[in-house]
Design a protein around this ligand. Structure first.
Ligand SMILES: [Fe+2]
Ligand SMILES: [Fe+2]
Length: 216
């Protein structure tokens, strides 16, 4: 057990919980909600830990960067593609308060800054930690929970649900072929996630095809 690291994670969690409590955005059951964002953050941190162990990254730096990667989104949804770079700026004072060294802070902030579009607003080489944060985030972008929420949100009728599922299968197959991940372990987890969802969506569509009165 790394007590110091775990205490830091706890403090980061409290820091984000305070932001959630202050924010007037609803904690509704939606993939746009802060509740969903926090749950996503926790899973990204778990994947970050797992990938750091498998790929030889620094587990503490990966978990910390994962916990903070969407920090800006806990303030407002309006930052769009800037939320990585803005989040990195927001994280700096907290990271020095937590006692991280200059090089650790640079690495964590770079990982946060580039997770959206691979661009930081300061000079830093790509690190295994930044690649892991990126991969961990991508894995959870296709979480089972997210697909259930998205399907529910965009499916006012059964026909819409099926149309939505058909569109998603095409997009998922496209992502699957693009090789967007940076690490080997991340690619494995990502492909597993996508493949399971393609199976589920195909089953959903297959069910729709037999949803009519049989004739014998
Ligand atoms: Fe993000
Ligand atoms: Fe994210």
């Amino acid at each position: 057990m790394n007590e110091i690291a775990n205490q830091r994670f706890q403090k980061i969690s409290e820091f984000i919980q305070e932001k959630i409590a202050k924010n007037s955005l609803p904690l509704a059951k939606s993939s746009n909600s802060l509740l969903y964002r926090w749950q996503h953050t926790l899973r990204v941190a778990q994947y970050g830990k797992q990938l750091a162990e498998a790929e030889g990254g620094n587990p503490e730096l990966c978990v910390t960067a994962c916990l903070l990667h969407d920090l800006a989104k806990f303030e407002t949804r309006d930052y769009g593609v800037e939320h990585g770079r803005i989040g990195a700026r927001m994280a700096r004072p907290l990271l020095s308060q937590l006692g991280y060294s200059y090089t650790e802070i640079e690495n964590i902030c770079f990982s946060i800054a580039v997770h959206v579009d691979d661009k930081a607003d300061f000079e830093h080489p790509i690190t295994i930690e930044s690649q892991i944060v990126n991969d961990a985030d991508n894995i959870d972008r296709f979480s089972n929970y997210r697909i259930v929420l998205n399907l529910a949100e965009n499916s006012s009728t059964y026909e819409n649900l099926i149309r939505n599922a058909e569109g998603r299968i095409l997009r998922f197959k496209n992502y699957r072929g693009q090789n967007i991940m940076s690490t080997a372990s991340g690619t494995l987890l990502f492909n597993k996630q996508i493949d399971l969802q393609i199976v589920l969506l195909e089953r959903l569509i297959a069910e729709a095809k037999i949803t009519f009165l049989p004739e014998i």
